[in-house]
Design a protein around this ligand. Structure first.
Ligand code: NDP
Length: 284
C-alpha cells in the first residue's frame, strides 16, 4: 500500500488566539485515536479573513473553528448552515464536505451535552441565564430547541437581554423573558437550572463571582458555569455550599471539542482523554 505522509488539517482562526486551549485537547484526541490529523491555532486578523477562508480550500482542510472576531463575518462564506447556528446568528465550526462549507455552532450543543452527561435534561425546565453575549445566546437557543419550558435572561445591559429573549420567542417554542440584573440579584425560587454565561470568574480573575444573592440558590437547583478555567469557579463553589448540583464549564468545553472532533473525523471522540487533557493544561 502507498504511504500517505499528508496530514488532514483542521484548526482555529481568531484574533487574539494565543490563549485558546482547543488545539491541545483536539491533538490529544487525534493521538488517542491514531488519526493523522493536525489542529492549527492560527492568528487571523479581520483584514486577512478573506485570504484565510480561501486557504481552507487551497489546503484541502477538513474543517475549522472560528473564534473572536470571525464567528459572524464567516456567514457569507458558508454553503449551508445548521438550524441552531442560523437562529444564533454565529458559527464556531466549519465542516468541509465535497468542497462545500457547512456551518455549525457547537457552543450550546456542548453545554447541553455536558448537562445530559450529568443526568440533567433542559426539557420542560425553568432556566435562568446570567449574561446575553455569544455563549449565553448559543446556550439559550440550544436549551430552547431541547424543549426548555421557560428561559429568563438576566444581563447587565438590559437591551441585550431583551434582544436575546426576543430571538427565543421568535424562533423557538420556549417562553422567554428578560429580567433586570441588579446588585445581589435574587434567583427566582422556582428556577430549575441557573447558568453563569458571563466571563466573570475566568482566570486570572478567579476571585470574582456574579453578583447574585447566593442565599436564593436552593438545594434542588442545577447550577452551571461557562467559565472553564478554573473548572470549580467561586460561583459553583457558592452554589455547592447551598446543596445545588453543579456542572462545570470544563465539561462543556470538552463536549464541544468532542462534537467538533466527530464532525471532522466521523470517529467517536475520546471525551475522557479530552477532559483530562484540559484539566492538566489548566493546572499548570
Ligand atoms: P461576550 O463578550 O459575548 O459576553 C459577555 C457577557 O458577560 C455579557 O453578557 C456581559 O454583559 C457579561 N459581563 C461581562 N462582565 C460583566 C460584569 N462585570 N458584570 C456583569 N456582566 C458582565 O462573551 P462570550 O459570551 O463569548 O463569553 C462568555 C464566557 O463564556 C467567556 O468566559 C468564555 O470563555 C466562556 N465560554 C465558554 C465556553 C465553554 O465551552 N465552556 C464556550 C464559549 C465561551 P454586557 O452585555 O452587559 O456587557
Amino acid at each position: 500500500m502507498e504511504k500517505n505522509y499528508r496530514a488532514e488539517l483542521v484548526g482555529v482562526f481568531g484574533d487574539p488566539v494565543d490563549g485558546n486551549p482547543t488545539g491541545v485537547m483536539e491533538e490529544a484526541a487525534f493521538a488517542a485515536c491514531g488519526l493523522n490529523y493536525r489542529y492549527l491555532t492560527l492568528k487571523v486578523t479581520k483584514d486577512d479573513f478573506d485570504d484565510a477562508m480561501k486557504a481552507i480550500h487551497a489546503f484541502h482542510m477538513r474543517g475549522m473553528n472560528l473564534t473572536m472576531p470571525h464567528k459572524i463575518s464567516v456567514l457569507p462564506y458558508l454553503d449551508e448552515i445548521s438550524e441552531a447556528a442560523r437562529i444564533i446568528g454565529a458559527v464556531n465550526t466549519i465542516v468541509v464536505k465535497d468542497g462545500k462549507l457547512f456551518g455549525e455552532n457547537t457552543d450550546g450543543k456542548g453545554f447541553v451535552q455536558a448537562l445530559n452527561n450529568s443526568g440533567v435534561s433542559p426539557e420542560g425546565k425553568r432556566i435562568v441565564i446570567l449574561g446575553a453575549g455569544g455563549a449565553a445566546k448559543a446556550i439559550a437557543v440550544e436549551c430552547a430547541l431541547a424543549g426548555a419550558g421557560m428561559i429568563t435572561v438576566m444581563n447587565r445591559t438590559a437591551e441585550r437581554a431583551q434582544e436575546l429573549a426576543g430571538v427565543l420567542r421568535a424562533h423557538t417554542k420556549t417562553e422567554a423573558l428578560a429580567a433586570a440584573f441588579p446588585a445581589r440579584a435574587a434567583i427566582p425560587e422556582d428556577t430549575d437550572i441557573l447558568i453563569n454565561a458571563t466571563c466573570i470568574g475566568l482566570h486570572p480573575d478567579s476571585g470574582q463571582k456574579p453578583d447574585i444573592d447566593y442565599d436564593t440558590v436552593r438545594a434542588g437547583m442545577v447550577v452551571s458555569d461557562v467559565v472553564f478555567n478554573p473548572a470549580e469557579t467561586l460561583f459553583l463553589q457558592e452554589a455547592a455550599k447551598r446543596g445545588a448540583k453543579t456542572v462545570n464549564g470544563l465539561g462543556m468545553l470538552a463536549c464541544q471539542g468532542a462534537l467538533n472532533f466527530t464532525l471532522w473525523t466521523g470517529v467517536e471522540a475520546p471525551l475522557d482523554v479530552m477532559e483530562d487533557t484540559l484539566r492538566r493544561e489548566f493546572e499548570q
